[in-house]
Design a protein around this ligand. Structure first.
Ligand code: PLP
Length: 467
């Protein structure tokens, strides 16, 4: 080490002295003194290392302060925070999928801030079952005999396979061995559950004779999986549910379907057709249907399992259920969401509401926002334009929804990418789309109050030129 380096190290302020700096005081309030001290001591060891390696030639207090404030600021901000979804993707998996209806939000507040009947039967004055709060409602809106809920749909599939098909063979079409975003892969979930996957048919075509030809004494189930985020076009066929159900029942097997983004109402009149509802599956003879609560259904994250009572009863006492059980806030939100369906008022559910917006409604919204944006960003090129939105969440992947948006060009914040990134770093981050050379605000996915937040986000952007 050179003399100059030794000198810099010696001149670094000792921790006690550092902690007396007034600019740290607000952080003591928010993070606690112990945490602030830990962060500083980590920072100082990095600085020391950089000095020794010759990467840093002078260390001033303002250098230390800048480094410390960057880390402290990032720790001070709430991590899971609200954002404005201006992407036009309705069930946006990275942005929390579905927004809850206001009745569901109220139900969560009530149950979260006090005690509740989560596992208490008021009539008997004794222990009750948490599943009972939603079971009859789920049966009511799907036509099933029995229902059970778990943490999410991946958990639902896992529970069914583990409880019913452990060490037994489950027959699945090769066209349905899908991976659904992140980490849900049908073959892997099956392996984890201890069931044995028997693949039949070809990627694009599977026939009933393929399923029946694979039967052995150890077969317990036919499993149908919704292909979710992909579609095969052209020379394609699969086996109708009714035929699989008849064949399964004839041979004493269970017919299960992982429906993915379960829908409870026919959305054909929203321009979204070709997908069965959970009720359709039950009616076609599927014994067990599993689906997500927070995709097209528009509720909280939950996994629904509906179907035949004798089979669901076997799941109720399976130990894995305890590890997948649903929290009270989720149950409250789910019950309230199902009650909206019961009343037939599903347009109150934000996910379905966003999907049922008309072109006129969206154009009006875009025009009014564009007018106000022009006042905030004088000189920029701001246009109302037709955009392509998406359902998201693996539902209706081949359907593009026509929507409206606002394209912003020639603004004072440099490139589109730079503007998108600045919008993400505001107090309430705005996640915007991009089109040729412009940043695009899709209006379909804006929720109540987002207009105002958007305008505030633009007003508070630091103005700078192209760098
Ligand atoms: C989304 C999806 C899942 C996973 O559901 P989660 O609720 O996210 O656990 C499983 N299967 C299919 C077919 C899906 O589309």
């Amino acid at each position: 080490m050179e003399n100059s380096q030794r000198q810099i190290l010696r001149s670094l302020p000792p921790m006690d002295e550092l902690l007396e700096n007034e600019w740290l005081f607000p952080y003591y309030q928010e993070l606690g003194r112990v945490t602030v001290k830990e962060i500083l001591s980590e920072l100082m060891s990095v600085i020391r290392k950089n000095v020794i390696e010759g990467k840093v030639k002078t260390v001033t207090m303002s250098y230390i302060r800048t480094g410390a404030e960057t880390i402290l600021e990032s720790r001070r901000k709430t991590s899971l925070q609200k954002v404005v979804n201006a992407t036009g993707v309705v069930v946006h998996t990275n942005l929390g999928r579905s927004c809850l209806a206001s009745a569901a939000v109220e139900a969560v507040k009530e149950v979260a801030s006090g005690y509740s009947t989560l596992e208490y039967n008021l009539e008997k004055g004794k222990r009750g079952q948490r599943n009972e709060h939603v079971e009859w409602l789920l049966c009511q809106v799907t036509g099933a005999e029995a229902a059970l809920v778990v943490n999410n749909n991946a958990g639902a599939v896992m529970l069914c396979l583990a409880a019913l098909a452990r060490n037994r063979e489950v027959i699945v079409s090769r066209g349905e061995l899908v991976e659904i975003g992140g980490s849900f892969r049908v073959p892997e979930i099956m392996a984890f559950s201890g069931s044995q996957l028997v693949e039949v048919g070809a990627t694009n075509r599977t026939h009933l004779r393929d399923y029946e030809g694979a039967l052995t004494d150890n077969t317990v189930m036919f499993l149908k999986v919704h292909p979710s985020n992909f579609r095969i076009q052209g020379f394609f066929s699969d086996v109708p549910r009714e035929d699989l159900a008849l064949s399964a029942h004839d041979k004493g097997l269970i017919f299960m379907e992982d429906l993915g983004s379960g829908i409870l109402v026919d959305v054909g009149n929203l321009g979204l057709s070709g997908e069965p509802t959970v009720r359709d599956c039950v009616r076609s003879g599927v014994d067990l249907v599993t689906f997500s609560g927070d995709k097209m259904l528009g509720g909280p994250q939950i996994g629904g399992i509906v179907g035949r009572k004798t089979i669901i009863d076997k799941l109720r006492n399976y130990p894995l259920l305890r590890a997948l059980r649903v929290d009270k806030m989720t149950l409250a939100a789910f019950e309230a969401t199902l009650r909206i369906y019961l009343k037939g008022q599903w347009r109150e559910i934000p996910t379905l509401n966003m999907l049922s917006l008309t072109m006129v409604q969206m154009k009006n919204k875009a025009s009014s926002l564009a007018r106000r944006l022009k006042q905030i960003i004088p000189g920029a090129e701001i246009r109302v334009l037709e955009v392509e939105d998406a359902v998201g969440g693996g539902a209706f992947p081949a359907t593009t929804l026509r929507g409206y948006g606002i394209g912003i060009k020639k603004h004072p914040w440099g490139s589109s990418g730079r503007l998108q990134s600045s919008l993400r770093s505001g107090d309430i981050p705005v996640i915007a789309g991009a089109g040729d050379d412009s940043v695009v605000i899709h209006v379909r996915t804006l929720v109540k109050g987002d207009d105002k937040l958007l305008l505030e986000a633009f007003s508070s952007l630091p103005v700078r030129g192209d760098e």
